[in-house]
Design a protein around this ligand. Structure first.
Ligand SMILES: Cc1ncc(C[n+]2csc(CCOP(=O)(O)OP(=O)(O)O)c2C)c(N)n1
Ligand SMILES: [Mg+2]
Length: 632
């Protein structure tokens, strides 16, 4: 993907179209549109600040304020200390995390629910490198964050000075751009450029590394600055001819599928998608990153595709004659073995990042641009075609798919060890909380079950680490989501393994009154790895037993741990207590809640396409592949 290669600022140019509208403190509606007509590419209210002498540190804080930032997640140290001083007097809310990785994921969670740029801040060396995992995660999932790091003074850069790390070099392949600032006068325009890059085009992380002497030195601040990014011109509108060609293919197809990815969430285009889907009558699949952007309850939704997707969604793609790909990237977890993926399908591929087009699968009709613009353009073109030639008849296609939906619904087998099924716990959390909640998963079996058994009806309700698969994402990302959306119930659905990677942010949540709810799906093991050991290593469980569950030493005891962190904490180890425990958690809003759900280690995620085989080999249970019937 293009974001993987560093974009030199000298190759970039400023643009005004596509700039998100000025951030406001108020919560935005779930799918508020992006104002592409904004007059200035500089985010924020664009107040005019006449030339004012101040320090570089004051300029960083002032620039963040002018950019409309309200919340920052971070942790100070020597090289960023000058900036923490003026931060004390700022109206902005700084949340002191316990580990910088937590700051990075919190910024991601914040960005994912609000659509705004998330901000994290750290000191040089280990402080900065602790941000790296979250920056990589944001890069893989196209999340707009700006990471600000302190750097050693410019005179000693390159001398292995105390706490010096070349964070610009380290992050260059995992950001849209990484800036090094050594002259305080560069701060206003670099900050504005960083926010512009993070939030426009394909969103992603941007790093701003500021040498300590640039923070301490005097400069003249004025606002708004001029954004100067020659060569940076994200295309927003789809090419007319390509759009018309795409519409022609749709009208001629007999087995089309709308293959919808996270780009539609990022572009706030769920309303446009609904219109196109209902106009075309085509089935819709939503990838792991797109869950909720099209309502699960809609009759045209056939499920999530991929390694743990539904039989109906996986088969819809496999047997389709036309993939209408919107903001999705033919990830290997979706395609399985690429050469056998959707072998008879033509491909329309709409994406804001030209590097995605034909990267994995050749597109017959490529359309570069924002799906926010392209989808309505496609609807208009289709409407015009249908007016002439009538609407296509997908009766046979729907009969085939509806039969699959009915024959192979998602479900689970009850564990035979007397412990609760993890799927039931997760299903009940979703059912009792409802679609207005926000659900943030860790990585592993619980993540897949959370994507399968919670019903998503709106975008920005489901957050997870899709591309990177970062264990430890859930608690800090949920914290950031709750800061961004204080009025929503925010659940972290976490694994006992993942939780042990970042649970220290419970201290941050308790002290800062960020009342997230954490459901630990405690199967006492690195469950997803254990599942692969069951299936592919003859049940040889090498180093996957965590000893946190039923009949173990229970180290740590999650209830005691959460109590020590000032959280309400419960253990639930019987089916009959699941609902009551969730209800208790839903009633507590003055502090974080942690529930240790003790579940069976033997439950597995199904369906599954084993790695390295065609999607046609999807299994609904161990060694059970559906009987394929071609529609007549
Ligand atoms: C940081 C990191 N290390 C290792 C892995 C590999 N990995 C993927 S899932 C998983 C197990 C997760 O265990 P747990 O959090 O208990 O979730 P479960 O699968 O049991 O639901 C591991 C080790 C990873 N994804 N991320
Ligand atoms: Mg586990």
């Amino acid at each position: 993907m293009s974001k993987g290669s560093p974009i030199s600022p000298s190759l970039m140019a400023s643009k005004s179209a596509g700039a998100p509208k000025a951030p406001e403190r108020v919560e935005r509606p779930a799918d508020a549109g992006v104002d592409t007509a904004a007059v200035s590419p500089v985010l924020g209210p664009n107040n005019v600040v006449p030339p004012t002498v101040m320090t570089g540190s004051q300029a960083i804080v002032r620039a963040l304020e002018e950019l409309g930032v309200d919340d920052i997640f971070g942790l100070p140290g020597g090289a960023i200390l000058p900036t923490y001083d003026p931060l004390m007097a700022s109206r902005m809310n700084h949340v002191l995390v316990r580990h910088e990785q937590g700051a990075g994921h919190a910024a991601q969670g914040y960005a994912m629910v609000t659509g705004r740029v998330g901000v994290c801040i750290a000191t040089s060396g280990p402080g900065a490198t602790n941000l790296v995992t979250a920056i990589m995660d944001a890069h893989m999932d196209s999340v707009p964050i700006v990471a600000i790091t302190g750097q050693v003074s410019s005179g000693v850069i390159g001398t292995d000075a105390f706490q010096e790390a070349d964070i610009v070099g380290i992050t260059m392949p995992i950001t849209k751009h990484s800036f090094l600032v050594t002259d305080p006068n560069d701060i206003p325009h670099v900050m504005a450029e960083a926010f512009h890059l993070a939030s426009t085009g394909r969103p992603g992380p941007v790093l701003v590394d500021v040498a300590k002497d640039a923070q301490q030195g005097q400069m003249t601040f004025s606002w708004p600055p001029k954004i100067d990014l020659p060569g940076y011109h994200p295309v927003v509108r789809g090419h007319n001819k390509q759009v018309r060609e795409a519409a022609r293919l749709i009208a001629a197809a007999s087995k089309p599928v709308l293959y919808v990815g996270g780009g539609v969430v990022k572009a706030h285009a769920s309303a446009e998608l609904l219109e196109l889907a209902e106009l075309s009558g085509a089935p819709v699949v939503t990838t792991l990153m797109a869950r909720g952007v099209f309502p699960d309850s809609h009759p045209q939704h056939v499920g999530m595709p991929g390694m743990h997707g539904t039989v109906s969604a996986v088969t819809a793609l496999q047997q389709s004659d036309l993939l209408i790909t919107l903001g999705a990237r033919f990830d290997d977890r979706v395609t399985g073995v690429l050469k056998s993926f959707a072998p008879n399908a033509k491909v329309i591929h709409a994406d804001i990042d030209p590097a995605e087009i034909s990267k994995n699968r050749t597109a017959d009709v490529p359309i570069v641009g924002s799906v926010k613009e392209i989808i309505p353009e496609l609807s208009d073109a289709l409407r015009a075609l249908f007016a002439v030639s009538g609407t296509p008849d997908y009766t046979n296609w729907w009969a085939f798919l509806n039969n699959l939906k009915e024959t192979y619904p998602l479900g689970w087998t009850e564990p035979d060890d007397g412990l609760s099924a993890p799927q039931r716990v997760i299903e009940r959390i979703g059912a009792l909380t409802g679609p207005e909640g926000v659900y943030v998963a860790g990585v592993g079996q619980h993540q897949m079950w959370a994507s399968q058994f919670i019903k998503y009806e709106r975008p920005h309700a489901w957050l997870n680490s899709g591309g990177a698969g970062t264990m430890g994402y859930a608690v800090p990302a949920a914290m950031g989501a709750k800061v961004g959306n204080p009025d929503r119930v925010v659940w972290a659905i976490d694994g006992d393994g993942c939780f042990q990677m970042t649970n220290q942010e419970l201290a941050t949540c308790a002290i800062n009154k960020i009342p997230i709810k954490v459901a630990i799906i405690n199967n006492s093991s690195l469950g997803m790895v254990r599942q692969w050991q069951t299936l592919f290593y003859e049940g040889r469980y090498s180093n996957t037993d965590l000893n946190t569950g039923h009949d173990t030493v229970r180290i740590p005891d999650f209830v005691k741990l959460a109590d020590a962190y000032g959280c309400a904490s419960f253990r639930c180890d019987r089916d009959e207590d699941i609902d009551a425990t969730i209800q208790k958690a839903l009633e507590i809003n003055d502090r974080p809640v942690v529930i240790d759900f003790v579940v069976s280690p033997n439950s597995m995620v199904w369906p599954m396409v084993p790695a390295g085989v065609s999607n046609d080999q999807i299994q609904v249970a161990r060694n059970m592949t559906p009987e394929w019937e071609e529609e007549d």
